[in-house]
Design a binder for this molecule. Structure first.
Ligand code: AMP
Length: 280
């Protein structure tokens, strides 16, 4: 695997190495501290593309809390091992200033509920930053296919919308959510949880699983979500932000369960913000 640290190095590598035989460049954007969730995206990209660019950039414009940005885990040596083992061809590690062409700045975006509801509401400006950085990374990497995890379900909807408008030739590939053996959705931030925090956080996926099972057995969706909401709210040390049924394409807020495709949830444990979802 080749490590390229700037957009100039990436451009030069493409000029020297890309030819008509390369028809499929895959791209996996990340913020580093790679785990098996990231690895699954790289593996999928590597099974479908001739070249796989993995980027690592802790993008300041998508953080709505300074403390979260400052404490965001960084583990470059391990990232190199994980990305290479999973099949990455290029590890692209630009600085924010390089990608933004100056001080990082995100233009506001309004795609309706997909940018304003749930994550957009809880994390003001977050999707402005996501749209901005993914757009700029797409311009630098010029991929044919870009891989995103359905762990960040709303992000997939936002990126698809942005890409349809600004990069219609790039295929957005949504990949499965990867969990640990106890069901906890893998996240770079999990490293900030204590053992007790991890045990508490496991309740999030357990409740999602229970809702999905109830619904499968013919139970009422709204009632099932309400039961889970009550349980999560009663757990000491877990602060529930939201739990709701949504349609993964629209994210429009609806109290009717017709058209729900997923249940989404966000909660904090030990100050660490966790999100998860399950398909119905
Ligand atoms: P991040 O480094 O958190 O910005 O994530 C980079 C990419 O990896 C995003 O597309 C995420 O959705 C994806 N990702 C993160 N965690 C997981 C997971 N547990 N399962 C699948 N994809 C994930």
């Amino acid at each position: 695997m080749i490590i390229l640290k700037s957009t100039i190095e990436l451009n030069n590598w493409f000029i020297e190495n890309l030819n008509e035989l390369v028809e499929n460049v895959g791209f996996v954007p990340t913020m580093g501290a790679l785990h098996m969730g990231h690895a699954s995206l790289i593996e999928k990209a590597s099974s479908e593309c001739q070249i796989v660019v993995v980027s690592i950039l802790v993008n300041p414009t998508q953080f709505n809390e300074k403390a979260d940005l400052q404490s965001y885990p960084r583990n470059f040596d391990n990232d190199v091992i994980v990305a290479e083992k999973a099949g990455g061809t290029i590890l692209f590690t630009p600085t924010p200033k390089d990608i933004y062409g100056g001080e990082p700045y995100a233009e506001p975006v309004d795609y309706g509920p997909i940018t304003s509801a749930f994550e957009g509401l809880s994390r003001q400006g977050h999707f402005d930053g996501v749209v901005s950085v993914v757009d700029k990374l797409f311009i630098s990497v010029k991929p044919n296919r870009a891989y995103f995890g359905s762990k960040d379900l709303q992000q997939v909807a936002v990126v698809e919308r942005m890409s349809n408008e600004r990069h219609p030739k790039i295929k957005i590939v949504s990949c499965d959510l990867i969990r640990d053996e106890n069901g906890l959705a893998l996240s770079s931030r999990n490293i900030r949880l204590s053992y007790a925090g991890i045990i508490l956080a496991q309740n999030i996926s357990k409740e999602l699983q229970t809702i999905a099972e109830r619904v499968k057995e013919g139970g009422d969706m709204i009632e099932s979500v309400e039961i889970a909401k009550k349980k999560l709210k009663n757990l000491e040390g877990l602060e529930l932000e939201y739990i709701s049924g949504v349609n993964y394409k629209t994210f429009s807020i609806s109290t009717e369960n017709r058209g729900w495709s997923h249940i989404i949830v966000a909660a904090r444990v030990e100050g660490v913000r966790l999100i998860d979802n399950i398909e119905l």
